[in-house]
Design a protein around this ligand. Structure first.
Ligand code: PEP
Ligand code: MN
Length: 266
């Protein structure tokens, strides 16, 4: 089985300022000051090509911080104006897509809790019709390759050709060192089915704790994944979401500097 996706190579729509491609920024935009301060530090690392920030947060249980909402789009706009970094946000509804596009967000991503639901993915796909925006699709939370593929196909059929997958690991009942099991074989399988599809890795959500991030990042690069999405925060210890896995921009620089890029022999 081949996927027959109609997609453009990553290099045609992603300007990589420094190899490997790094997307970074806070798990959540919390305040304008936090987002702008993080954006400037991330930019100053010289390693980051895209600023990420969640503004609508899919929390597993109610009663926790559910994202700052639409006002965060204005903060992202300002962060882009001040740093020149393109921006990326998670979208989970048609309204998110419309608002993000209207606010000039450069890249959209679909989160793991949305990829599991074909109705949600189709709603997002319908809202994307006619848009020329890159979309990255995270794997579903459960280890179901068909759901991941189905989501990629739905977005592609909506006319989105600037498409990438993000491998962020899978939840499992087994006790594990990881927050989400990498189950690398699923990402490898996807690559064999769609060799032209760029696959990025999200070590932050795989690891759940920052200490493991260098190790998973290196494994991802060794498997020829085309980039890393790593959450960063000016002060991870006080982050409103995913505090244990976020790194400071200084730590991010160190992680990236210590990665080995093994280019295949040509
Ligand atoms: C995130 O990127 O902050 C996020 C919620 O990720 P995931 O969908 O992978 O859980
Ligand atoms: Mn997060």
């Amino acid at each position: 089985m081949k996927l027959n996706l109609n997609i453009q190579p990553l290099s045609s729509w992603m300007k990589v300022s420094s190899e490997p491609l790094i997307i970074s920024g806070p798990c959540s935009a919390e305040t304008e000051e936090q987002l702008l301060a993080t954006a400037h530090l991330v930019k100053n690392t010289g390693k980051v090509s895209v600023l990420r920030a969640g503004i609508w947060k899919p929390r597993t249980r109610p009663g926790e911080f559910e994202g700052i909402g639409s006002i965060g789009l204005q903060w992202l706009k300002r962060a882009k104006e001040e740093t020149g970094l393109p921006t990326a946000v998670e979208v989970a509804t048609a309204k998110h897509v419309e608002e993000a596009l209207a606010a000039g967000v450069d890249i959209l991503w679909i989160g793991a809790r949305s990829t599991v639901n074909p109705f949600t993915v189709q709603e997002i796909a319908d809202a994307l019709q006619g848009a020329d925006v890159p979309v990255m699709v995270k794997n579903p939370i459960n280890p179901d390759l068909a759901l991941w593929i189905g989501a990629l196909e739905r977005i592609n059929r909506a006319g989105i050709t600037k498409l990438a997958a993000i491998h962020r690991g899978f939840s499992s009942f087994e006790k594990s060192a990881y927050r989400n099991e990498p189950m690398w074989d699923l990402a490898i399988h996807l690559k064999t089915l769609a060799p032209e599809l760029p696959i990025l890795n999200d070590p932050s959500h795989i690891c759940g704790t920052r200490d493991l991030i260098p190790y998973i990042s290196q494994q991802a690069l060794d498997l020829d994944m085309q980039g890393l999405m790593i959450e960063s925060h000016i002060d991870p210890s006080v982050a409103w979401t995913d505090a244990k896995q976020q790194v400071t921009p200084a730590a991010l620089t160190e992680i990236v500097n210590n990665l080995t890029i093994r280019k295949a022999d040509s």
